[in-house]
Design a protein around this ligand. Structure first.
Ligand SMILES: [Zn+2]
Length: 190
């Protein structure tokens, strides 16, 4: 679940459109399901394809894969409408989850990524595409993790941008400072 919006009025901060972390109300599931069919060619790309094929259209509930750099799914869980707790150890792994709301990252997504030592986070905006944020160098990022979390809490989004534009703007603006990389991959047209 994401944090609540800023009450200051002057700034608009990262909002709570879905997130991971938060309360532990999620149900773990078998990683065999998450890995089946991709076992001969594990990669982060095949894991994302698998995730989208399983949960890319779910507008009711969030789900999460915990994916290693080898593309293997090490944790699989089901959450609620606006939150999910990823399963397994997150350190140096990437959490893939869906946003039924269709929005980009919540503030909580970014805070959880930093706090758990994950190597990145993917939020699949249902019906739109995948927001992908990765850490270039986990060791280096660990040294700026607290600073990153403070910056997320204090972030403001320019008034003329909508939420998704504002999130992309903020992440791109801060990519050098924190050694992170953001991209958006639109859904392939069928
Ligand atoms: Zn999220």
């Amino acid at each position: 679940m994401g944090g609540r919006g800023s009450g200051s009025g002057r700034k608009r901060a990262f909002a709570g459109f879905g997130g991971y972390g938060g309360k532990n109300i999620s149900q773990p599931d078998s990683i065999i399901k998450a890995n089946s069919g991709t076992h001969l060619l594990h990669s982060p790309e095949t894991a994302l394809e698998k995730f989208i094929s399983m949960h890319g259209n779910d507008t009711a509930q969030e789900h999460a894969f915990t994916v290693g750099e080898d593309g293997f799914v090490y944790g699989y869980s089901h959450g609620a409408a606006r939150e999910v707790m990823p399963a397994g150890n997150l350190r140096n792994r990437i959490v893939y989850h869906n946003h039924p709301s269709g929005h980009a990252f919540s503030g909580q997504d970014l805070l959880s990524m930093a706090a758990t030592g994950a190597k990145g986070v993917v939020a699949h905006a249902v019906g739109k595409g995948s927001h992908i944020l990765t850490v270039n160098n986990p060791k280096r990022f660990a040294r700026v993790s607290d600073e990153f979390q403070r910056a997320v809490r204090n972030a403001s989004i320019p008034e003329k941008m909508d939420y998704d534009q504002g999130v992309a703007y903020w992440l791109n603006k801060n990519s050098k400072r924190f050694g992170i990389k953001y991209r958006f991959v639109p859904l392939k047209k069928k």
